[in-house]
Design a protein around this ligand. Sequence first.
Ligand code: GDP
Length: 604
Amino acid sequence: MEKMGLNSNILKTLFVVCCIVFPFALTATLKFRNSSITFFEGFSENKVLGGETSQKNVTTRGSVQNITHENSEVLQGEIQNDRDPIEERTTSRNNTTPEIGSKNAPLISSSNSSSSDSIHDDQEKLLDGLLAFGFDEASCISRLQSHLYRKVSPHKPSRYLILKLRNYEELHRRCGPDSIAYNKSMAYIEHPKDNNGDGTMCKYLVWSPANGLGNRIISMAATFLYAILTDRVLLVRFGEDMHSLFCEPFLNSTWMLPTNSPLWNQEHVETYDSFLEKDKANNSKHDLPSALFLNHQFTKENPEKFFHCGHNQDLLRNVPLLISQTDQYFVPSLFMIPSFNLEINKMFPQKDTVFYHLAHYLYHPSNEAWRLITTFYPTYLAKVDERIGIQIRVFRPDITSNQAIMDLVLSCTIENKLLPKLDTQNSVSYSQNHTIKAVLVTSLSPNYGENLRAMYENKQSISGEVIEVYQPSHEEKQKFGDNMHNMKAWTEMYLLSLSDVLVTSSLSTFGYVAQGMGGLKPWILVKPHKKKPNSASCKQDFSSEPCFHYPPMHECNGKFQKHFSSSFPHLWECKDRHSGLKLVSEQRSVVSRPVTANKNMYKI
Ligand code: GDP
């Protein structure tokens, strides 16, 4: 100490100074840290619609708004939604954290500040580990912001699902387009005779679209699960009409089939049906093709595919490339395949969350779609007490009148107390503290939104609640090959999925996407032409999973099987299609079963 020139008096002084300064320094550090942690706090106030603007928009009751490509620009300018939400959060911090669903609800699910918040925030952003870390945020804003628009999910992905996804990403990165393995594998697949097979390092599953966007979204999710279970790389054949709806789901790779791939045309590819014929004829002595076209379209007319049978899966396993064209959510049949049982059960211990997790993993709205969603939601849906989604799909307009549909919707929503009755005696006058319910109507026709709005605009409800009605678009008819049409459909499915309560139309896959992504058990409107005078207008579903409309009809030995729900405890017949199958949580299946089980047929 002498050498350092420090005498004991100096040391004492230093010690005293440290004692005084240290607590201050510590407090300041913690404060600073907390201020960055509470970054997300008060997001409610920055909901683009702060103060007067917000009030003005929210109380513009009952106007059916059209969110079109053109006027979305105007809308966006009007409500200044192009402000950076993160910047907003810092500028308008609010220390109270109102609950989701209240008028002052934040877009975020929760934001209590504590030292573990940054980890917690990352955890929330990555949906409890479902999403991989490391994506470029700007190229897909929704991936890390979507959690701000949903309540905290009660459905956590299993560790095994997370592991399978990380493994899949690694496979996709190694074998995906532009990799060496991809080029080698494709060279073999295209010209198997010229190659000795060394190139078959990777196996592929090419998804090909069929029908509307709802069908496509549910079938892609099922195809992805099949790819994971069979160690195949999923590639998608998106036409122009599906461009820029979704972000790329896999880190450091693409899922798009390269535009120069000969696999855009499957005419020269052997079909699964002919392959099965050959197999039947000369058992295992037939040549294995390098690619197969699996027309997985399920219709009543199509012969049974026996896709759910172990033998056929064994055959398919060795085919390097499958092109699958399907419009169905065939996940229930994957549960029937013995070799997948263990895996799939470990991945999804809670059986009614398969689509929920797969969809939250795969489908992130592109920046363009996200802009539409994040324009509409804060303007019309965020600052209300409850959001009610009503999805109206009319499959038989030839035999169903608008009035019949309207009656169905009203009796369903009023009888089940989703919407209040009208007070026919008094004219409109609302108290200061009225509850506001926003109804999001989606339909191809403008009639339903307009009628519902007119109804609640002109009369007070007996409950005193204010009912606002919004319908983002009315496309009049389903269009094919139209990108903006699909963009609107996707945006609306997503907005519906943010509802607190959902009413859907029987058999509509558009509704299935919304309920599945929202984890909602919707009220399903009965088919209007099947409605009997005193029967219920809608029934609440028991699971948010999509219904598989065309499950297999035969056991693997060829025996006719009336309904597979009798053999699998977590597969039930769908409420909107009795021959259909859907996944339910195991717990529920134990409580009550619709059909007596034959538990010995397959062991799951
Ligand atoms: P499904 O036919 O009801 O099973 O649903 P799909 O989504 O497979 O096909 C219907 C298609 O029609 C949608 O993808 C949209 O293109 C269009 N469509 C049907 N209903 C609506 C709607 O409410 N809003 C919008 N924007 N499009 C709709």
